[in-house]
Write a protein that binds this ligand. Structure first.
Ligand code: PLP
Length: 239
């Protein structure tokens, strides 16, 4: 094994252990939680190593970085998740490699994704990104729709050709009433998920938790955690 593979394998084992412990602590089965490794800023060679180590879900947040990487890794059995703020002019590129878009937060984006999914003959799984720091009906600092806007957006996704409504995603807020209260934030997301599933029973994915707060997300009931630095190391500064 190369040094890099050894390093990633060790980090991955540690994260696996944290997820397993977090599941055990609240009586959840380990297979209720899927690990998504966030590979943003890291090279395609790292994605390849992750695949060799058994990772099946990776996530990216910037199309410029993700598109060439996904192309270089097209032979690998990976599901690509897009988790960043998405401009409609990037939708065509993103739908070319991402099976899942976790950052759906406005009607215009739903329209663009649907049009491109139909054009390319693909089905795109969608999560509504929820901004828990936004005022009702506003949008969050880092994207996301306020809780009051979820139902309407979910209805649009569910009715859009080529799109599949899979659930909700959030990033723990840095400001507002949930700042520093990850567990409470994730519990709020779970309540919103319960509401969503009344109208859309199959939309049961809950994507929450990153390197520093995956335990709180698992405790709250997240089905997917998105972990970057704990697996791949400190990210080089964004250029
Ligand atoms: C970067 C990123 C992550 C992973 O963050 P880490 O702190 O590196 O684990 C998760 N979700 C989103 C949306 C991200 O942009």
């Amino acid at each position: 094994m190369t040094d890099r593979k050894q390093e990633i394998a060790a980090n991955l084992a540690e994260v696996e252990q944290r997820i397993a412990a977090a599941c055990a602590a609240v009586g959840r089965a380990r297979d209720e939680v899927t690990l998504i490794v966030v590979t943003k800023t890291f090279p395609a060679s790292d994605v390849r190593i992750l695949s060799e180590l058994g990772v099946r879900h990776v996530a990216e947040n910037r199309d410029q970085d993700a598109a060439p990487k996904a192309a270089a890794c097209a032979d690998l059995p990976l599901t690509w998740h897009f988790v960043g703020q998405l401009q409609t002019n990037k939708v065509r590129s993103v739908v070319g490699y991402a099976q899942m878009v976790q950052s759906v937060d406005r009607a215009r984006l739903v329209t663009a994704l649907s049009k491109e999914a139909v054009r390319s003959g693909r089905e795109v799984g969608c999560l509504i990104q929820v901004a828990l720091d936004a005022g009702e009906a506003a949008r969050g600092e880092r994207g996301g729709v306020a809780p009051g806007g979820i139902a309407e957006l979910a209805g649009l996704v569910a009715g859009a050709e080529g799109l599949r409504l899979d659930g909700l995603m959030t990033v723990a807020p840095l400001t507002g009433e949930y700042a520093g209260r990850q567990q409470a934030a994730f519990e709020r997301l779970m309540d919103l998920s319960t509401d969503l599933r009344r109208a859309h029973p199959a939309a049961n994915m809950v994507s929450a938790g990153m390197s520093t707060d995956l335990e709180q997300a698992v405790a709250a009931g997240a089905t997917h955690v998105r972990v970057g630095s704990a697996v791949l190391g400190v990210r080089p500064a964004l250029g």
